[in-house]
Design a protein. Structure first.
Length: 207
Protein backbone atom coordinates (compact mmCIF):
# COMPACT_ATOMS: atom_id res chain seq x y z
CA UNK A 1 0.00 0.00 0.00
CA UNK A 2 1.36 3.42 -0.95
CA UNK A 3 2.31 5.53 2.04
CA UNK A 4 1.44 9.20 1.93
CA UNK A 5 4.11 11.59 3.19
CA UNK A 6 3.49 15.03 4.67
CA UNK A 7 6.45 16.45 2.73
CA UNK A 8 7.81 15.89 -0.77
CA UNK A 9 11.31 16.51 0.61
CA UNK A 10 10.78 13.71 3.12
CA UNK A 11 9.47 11.39 0.42
CA UNK A 12 12.44 12.11 -1.85
CA UNK A 13 14.87 11.33 0.96
CA UNK A 14 13.06 8.07 1.78
CA UNK A 15 13.14 7.10 -1.90
CA UNK A 16 16.91 7.56 -2.02
CA UNK A 17 17.60 5.65 1.21
CA UNK A 18 15.36 2.77 0.11
CA UNK A 19 17.63 2.24 -2.93
CA UNK A 20 20.33 0.93 -0.59
CA UNK A 21 20.61 -2.89 -0.40
CA UNK A 22 18.61 -4.38 2.45
CA UNK A 23 16.82 -1.11 3.21
CA UNK A 24 13.04 -1.15 2.78
CA UNK A 25 10.84 1.93 2.84
CA UNK A 26 9.98 1.57 6.54
CA UNK A 27 13.64 1.37 7.52
CA UNK A 28 14.44 4.23 5.14
CA UNK A 29 11.79 6.37 6.82
CA UNK A 30 13.25 5.62 10.27
CA UNK A 31 16.72 6.60 9.08
CA UNK A 32 15.53 9.84 7.51
CA UNK A 33 13.53 10.80 10.62
CA UNK A 34 16.57 10.01 12.75
CA UNK A 35 18.68 12.41 10.67
CA UNK A 36 16.02 15.09 11.02
CA UNK A 37 16.26 14.81 14.81
CA UNK A 38 20.00 15.52 14.71
CA UNK A 39 21.68 18.89 14.68
CA UNK A 40 21.64 20.41 11.18
CA UNK A 41 25.44 20.29 11.08
CA UNK A 42 25.40 16.51 11.72
CA UNK A 43 23.05 15.85 8.81
CA UNK A 44 25.02 18.19 6.52
CA UNK A 45 28.31 16.49 7.44
CA UNK A 46 26.70 13.13 6.68
CA UNK A 47 25.61 14.27 3.23
CA UNK A 48 28.94 15.93 2.46
CA UNK A 49 30.93 12.82 3.45
CA UNK A 50 28.90 10.68 1.02
CA UNK A 51 29.24 13.27 -1.74
CA UNK A 52 33.00 13.58 -1.18
CA UNK A 53 33.38 9.80 -1.16
CA UNK A 54 31.65 9.43 -4.53
CA UNK A 55 33.58 12.28 -6.13
CA UNK A 56 37.07 11.71 -4.75
CA UNK A 57 37.48 7.99 -4.02
CA UNK A 58 40.05 6.18 -6.16
CA UNK A 59 40.72 2.56 -7.03
CA UNK A 60 44.29 1.33 -6.69
CA UNK A 61 45.93 1.03 -10.10
CA UNK A 62 47.64 -2.18 -8.97
CA UNK A 63 45.14 -4.22 -6.92
CA UNK A 64 41.85 -2.33 -7.55
CA UNK A 65 41.22 -1.82 -3.83
CA UNK A 66 39.53 1.40 -2.69
CA UNK A 67 42.14 4.05 -2.00
CA UNK A 68 42.73 7.75 -1.42
CA UNK A 69 45.71 7.64 -3.78
CA UNK A 70 46.59 6.01 -7.10
CA UNK A 71 48.48 3.25 -5.27
CA UNK A 72 46.77 2.00 -2.10
CA UNK A 73 48.44 1.81 1.31
CA UNK A 74 48.59 -2.00 1.18
CA UNK A 75 50.40 -2.16 -2.15
CA UNK A 76 52.90 0.45 -0.97
CA UNK A 77 53.44 -1.19 2.44
CA UNK A 78 57.04 -2.44 2.52
CA UNK A 79 56.25 -4.75 5.45
CA UNK A 80 53.89 -6.88 3.35
CA UNK A 81 55.10 -9.90 1.38
CA UNK A 82 54.89 -9.03 -2.35
CA UNK A 83 55.42 -12.66 -3.40
CA UNK A 84 52.01 -13.84 -2.14
CA UNK A 85 48.80 -12.59 -3.75
CA UNK A 86 45.30 -13.18 -2.38
CA UNK A 87 42.53 -12.95 -4.98
CA UNK A 88 39.16 -11.77 -3.67
CA UNK A 89 35.80 -10.86 -5.14
CA UNK A 90 35.26 -7.37 -3.73
CA UNK A 91 36.80 -4.70 -1.52
CA UNK A 92 34.89 -5.87 1.56
CA UNK A 93 36.67 -9.22 1.46
CA UNK A 94 40.03 -7.43 1.64
CA UNK A 95 38.98 -5.86 4.93
CA UNK A 96 37.53 -9.10 6.31
CA UNK A 97 40.62 -11.17 5.48
CA UNK A 98 43.07 -8.54 6.68
CA UNK A 99 41.23 -8.33 10.00
CA UNK A 100 42.15 -11.98 10.65
CA UNK A 101 45.81 -10.89 10.84
CA UNK A 102 46.73 -14.24 9.28
CA UNK A 103 47.70 -12.85 5.88
CA UNK A 104 50.42 -10.29 5.23
CA UNK A 105 50.75 -10.54 1.48
CA UNK A 106 49.10 -8.41 -1.20
CA UNK A 107 45.60 -8.52 -2.66
CA UNK A 108 43.90 -8.47 -6.04
CA UNK A 109 40.24 -7.41 -6.24
CA UNK A 110 38.34 -8.97 -9.14
CA UNK A 111 35.30 -6.72 -8.80
CA UNK A 112 32.91 -9.67 -8.86
CA UNK A 113 32.77 -13.30 -9.96
CA UNK A 114 31.79 -14.98 -13.21
CA UNK A 115 28.01 -15.32 -13.30
CA UNK A 116 26.40 -15.89 -16.71
CA UNK A 117 22.93 -15.66 -15.14
CA UNK A 118 23.74 -12.09 -14.10
CA UNK A 119 25.49 -11.26 -17.37
CA UNK A 120 28.94 -11.15 -15.76
CA UNK A 121 31.73 -12.69 -17.83
CA UNK A 122 35.54 -12.82 -17.48
CA UNK A 123 35.93 -9.60 -19.49
CA UNK A 124 33.87 -7.74 -16.86
CA UNK A 125 36.35 -8.61 -14.11
CA UNK A 126 39.92 -7.59 -13.26
CA UNK A 127 41.36 -10.89 -14.46
CA UNK A 128 43.71 -9.67 -17.20
CA UNK A 129 45.43 -7.30 -14.77
CA UNK A 130 45.88 -10.29 -12.44
CA UNK A 131 47.58 -12.23 -15.24
CA UNK A 132 49.85 -9.25 -15.91
CA UNK A 133 50.87 -9.13 -12.25
CA UNK A 134 51.73 -12.83 -12.30
CA UNK A 135 53.65 -12.39 -15.57
CA UNK A 136 56.02 -9.99 -13.82
CA UNK A 137 57.59 -12.99 -12.08
CA UNK A 138 57.66 -11.46 -8.59
CA UNK A 139 54.59 -13.37 -7.38
CA UNK A 140 55.31 -16.92 -6.19
CA UNK A 141 51.87 -17.91 -4.87
CA UNK A 142 48.30 -16.93 -5.74
CA UNK A 143 45.66 -17.73 -3.12
CA UNK A 144 42.12 -17.97 -4.45
CA UNK A 145 39.79 -16.71 -1.70
CA UNK A 146 36.43 -16.58 -3.44
CA UNK A 147 33.06 -17.62 -2.05
CA UNK A 148 32.39 -21.36 -2.06
CA UNK A 149 29.48 -21.08 -4.47
CA UNK A 150 29.07 -22.46 -7.99
CA UNK A 151 29.95 -19.01 -9.37
CA UNK A 152 32.97 -18.78 -7.09
CA UNK A 153 34.24 -22.20 -8.17
CA UNK A 154 33.66 -21.33 -11.85
CA UNK A 155 35.79 -18.23 -11.39
CA UNK A 156 38.46 -20.26 -9.57
CA UNK A 157 38.72 -22.71 -12.48
CA UNK A 158 38.89 -19.91 -15.03
CA UNK A 159 41.70 -18.14 -13.16
CA UNK A 160 43.55 -21.44 -12.66
CA UNK A 161 43.51 -22.04 -16.42
CA UNK A 162 44.66 -18.50 -17.15
CA UNK A 163 47.59 -18.76 -14.74
CA UNK A 164 48.54 -22.37 -15.57
CA UNK A 165 51.24 -21.36 -18.14
CA UNK A 166 53.17 -19.41 -15.51
CA UNK A 167 55.50 -20.69 -12.82
CA UNK A 168 53.30 -19.79 -9.87
CA UNK A 169 51.84 -21.83 -7.02
CA UNK A 170 48.04 -21.66 -7.02
CA UNK A 171 46.29 -22.50 -3.77
CA UNK A 172 42.78 -22.19 -2.40
CA UNK A 173 41.55 -21.46 1.11
CA UNK A 174 40.68 -24.59 3.10
CA UNK A 175 37.09 -25.70 2.80
CA UNK A 176 36.32 -25.00 6.43
CA UNK A 177 33.87 -22.50 4.98
CA UNK A 178 30.63 -24.27 4.13
CA UNK A 179 29.55 -24.63 0.52
CA UNK A 180 27.52 -21.63 -0.51
CA UNK A 181 28.98 -19.37 2.19
CA UNK A 182 30.14 -15.85 1.41
CA UNK A 183 33.57 -14.80 2.68
CA UNK A 184 32.28 -11.58 4.25
CA UNK A 185 29.91 -13.47 6.59
CA UNK A 186 32.50 -15.98 7.81
CA UNK A 187 33.83 -15.46 11.33
CA UNK A 188 37.44 -14.30 11.56
CA UNK A 189 38.73 -17.41 13.36
CA UNK A 190 37.33 -19.80 10.74
CA UNK A 191 38.52 -17.59 7.91
CA UNK A 192 41.98 -17.19 9.43
CA UNK A 193 42.36 -20.96 9.77
CA UNK A 194 41.14 -21.44 6.20
CA UNK A 195 43.92 -19.17 4.96
CA UNK A 196 46.61 -20.82 7.09
CA UNK A 197 45.45 -24.32 6.05
CA UNK A 198 45.12 -23.50 2.36
CA UNK A 199 45.75 -26.31 -0.10
CA UNK A 200 46.99 -26.57 -3.64
CA UNK A 201 44.23 -25.94 -6.13
CA UNK A 202 45.04 -29.18 -7.94
CA UNK A 203 44.67 -31.16 -4.69
CA UNK A 204 41.37 -29.52 -3.78
CA UNK A 205 39.74 -30.10 -7.16
CA UNK A 206 41.82 -32.97 -8.56
CA UNK A 207 42.52 -31.02 -11.75
Amino acid sequence: MYQKYPSLLLEDAVNEFSKLPGIGRKTALRLVLHLLRQETETAVNFGESISKLCKEVKYCQVCHNISDTDICSMCSDKDRDPSILCVVENVKEVMVIDNTRQFRGLYHVLGGIISPMDGVGPADLNIESLVERVKSGEIKEVILALSTTMEGDTTNFYIFRKLAPYNVKISIIARGISIGDEIEYTDEITLGRSILNRTLFTDAFKV
